[in-house]
Design a protein around this ligand. Structure first.
Ligand SMILES: C[S@@+](CC[C@H](N)C(=O)[O-])C[C@H]1O[C@@H](n2cnc3c(N)ncnc32)[C@H](O)[C@@H]1O
Length: 474
């Protein structure tokens, strides 16, 4: 219920000066629509401000994925693509420098650490509201709307069908609504001189726009500005790929203490190819939440589960494992579960399937330990060995098979939790659906496919174990 109330109050546009006519419009327009109908030429602005843009680059409209940077001609490996002098990236400055900054700092203090994008978003809103902002040529080229789930209708948030992500979306929506109130209170009695947003109204929609702009475009760079998120004009027009042809580097030399942020060609980039950066080895939860897209067959996608004794008992019985004792572990088993942080007060019960590990190390270790009867045998191994799926059946084939079969049964339970089947999702996508509904359905389909993939890989392992066992017996 909270979902629909919260999300209906957010609109995908900022609702500030230039977007006033679009206020109340929640539908996602073309992903290439920009704040200003005809924004200034970004490439020319970067060059004018002392930056470098490889003459073989241009900005194009990639359709569904918005604007992108494209090679107009072949670009050799190692070439500089875009260089930005240190005054071009937009950062959140810590020390108050102008009148409006002290209120901005006070507002920023209310932003929890995990929502760092909102903090930098406040700076972005400040510059967006400032008349004659240095960054206007950049800001006017930002998308007018975003496909992030904080802007989905309540119905489409439900259509995600995956509780961990729905929880995060609701959390962000609730934060934005509460934050709007806190911001309004701080701004209420300020004179125009002290107002960080030039007297303009700030609401959950404009805050949401700013947070989305930053979460979908900022890069966290290391080094001098250690792990500081920054908006990198033009570099942030590059789309994402896990097989990128470009990367970001930072340069600082003795003659020029100012940091230069560069995008370089990691490989040769062919004519008409998109310049792609890797945004990170992220799960689809983060891609959807922060960037508003879903990566098909994402190798880093994960399924989040709660480690629950009752559920494990049910799963292992369904898997035909005899006398599972997940609900009543022996003292020595409890001690190992404590070491795995799966037992006792303050235990972290979130475990995952998928990704590089395939099965969360803590989960497989717990299952191995709980399915083993022989304490002395278990004590021979350290936790790392027990947690590693690459370790071949450390506690023997029988325990390993039971543990893996229990995980497969957990996968079945997780699949059954989704209200729709993949075939139904596919037929939804064949119809005329909104872009947010399409994203929600694609997201949940990828989760189900990931579960099936984990089941397939574990079943293969179980088969191999059975084959090895029969060979040994022969
Ligand atoms: C850093 S911006 C890249 C420039 C952006 N395309 C634009 O129009 O301004 C990141 C956004 O580009 C889009 N995008 C980037 N890579 C994508 C991908 N692999 N698939 C789908 N959308 C992508 C998403 O909308 C994402 O939020």
């Amino acid at each position: 219920m909270a979902t629909s109330v919260v999300s209906k109050m957010l609109t995908a546009t900022a609702g500030m000066a230039t977007a006033a006519s679009l206020a109340g419009c929640r539908t996602m327009t073309c992903s290439a629509s920009r704040i200003a109908p005809q924004p200034p030429d970004l490439i020319r602005w970067v060059r004018r401000e002392g930056g470098f843009v490889n003459p073989k680059l241009k900005i194009s409209d990639s359709g569904a994925h918005g604007l992108c940077v494209v090679a107009a001609e072949d670009i050799p490996e190692g070439s500089d693509l875009i260089s930005l002098p240190s005054h071009l990236p937009l950062r959140f400055k810590k020390s108050p420098e102008s009148d409006g900054d002290s209120a901005l700092m006070e507002i920023a203090l209310r932003v929890p650490e995990e929502l760092w994008a909102m903090k930098l978003g406040l700076r972005l809103l400040q510059e967006r509201a400032a008349v004659g902002s240095f960054w206007w040529p950049y800001i006017s080229n930002l998308p007018e709307t975003f496909s992030l789930p904080i802007f989905f209708s309540g119905e489409d948030i439900k259509n995600i069908q995956y509780a961990p992500l729905i929880h995060q979306v609701n959390k962000r929506c609730r934060f934005l609504l509460e934050f709007e109130k806190a911001v309004k209170l701080i701004l209420e009695n300020l004179t125009l001189k002290d107002h960080p947003f030039g007297g303009q109204d700030v609401n959950s929609s404009s805050l949401g726009w700013a947070m989305a702009s930053v979460s979908s475009r900022a890069f966290r760079l290391h080094g001098t500005h250690s792990d500081t998120p920054m908006l990198l004009p033009l570099i942030d027009m590059c789309n994402h790929s896990f097989h990128p042809n470009a990367r970001i580097v930072q340069e600082q030399d003795a003659s020029n203490p100012n940091m230069l942020v560069k995008a370089m060609a990691e490989h040769r980039i062919e004519q008409n190819a998109l310049v792609m950066l890797n945004y990170g080895l992220l799960s689809n939860d983060l891609f959807l939440l922060d960037y508003g897209f879903v990566v098909p067959s994402n190798p880093y996608d994960l399924i989040e589960l709660k480690y629950d004794n009752g559920l494990l008992d049910v799963a292992s019985m369904a898997a035909g494992v005899s006398s599972p004792s997940f609900s009543s572990p022996a003292q020595w088993q409890q001690e190992i579960l404590c070491q795995l942080n799966l037992f006792g007060s303050g235990a972290d019960l979130k475990v995952t399937l998928g990704g590089a590990e395939l099965v969360d190390g803590r989960l497989i270790a717990a299952l191995r330990v709980l399915l083993a009867n022989d304490e002395a045998e278990v004590q021979k191994y350290n936790l790392n060995t027990l947690m590693s799926l690459s370790e071949k059946a450390p506690l023997g084939v029988s325990v390993e098979t039971s543990a893996l079969r229990t995980v497969v049964a957990l996968c079945v339970v997780a699949l059954e939790h989704f209200p729709t089947k993949i075939m139904q999702d596919e037929s939804v996508l064949k119809g005329a659906v909104s872009s947010s509904m399409e994203l929600a359905v694609r997201f949940r389909m990828q989760k189900k496919l990931k579960i099936i993939d984990v089941m397939r890989k574990l079943t293969q392992r179980i088969r191999l174990l059975a084959e090895e066992k029969s060979v040994t017996q022969c």
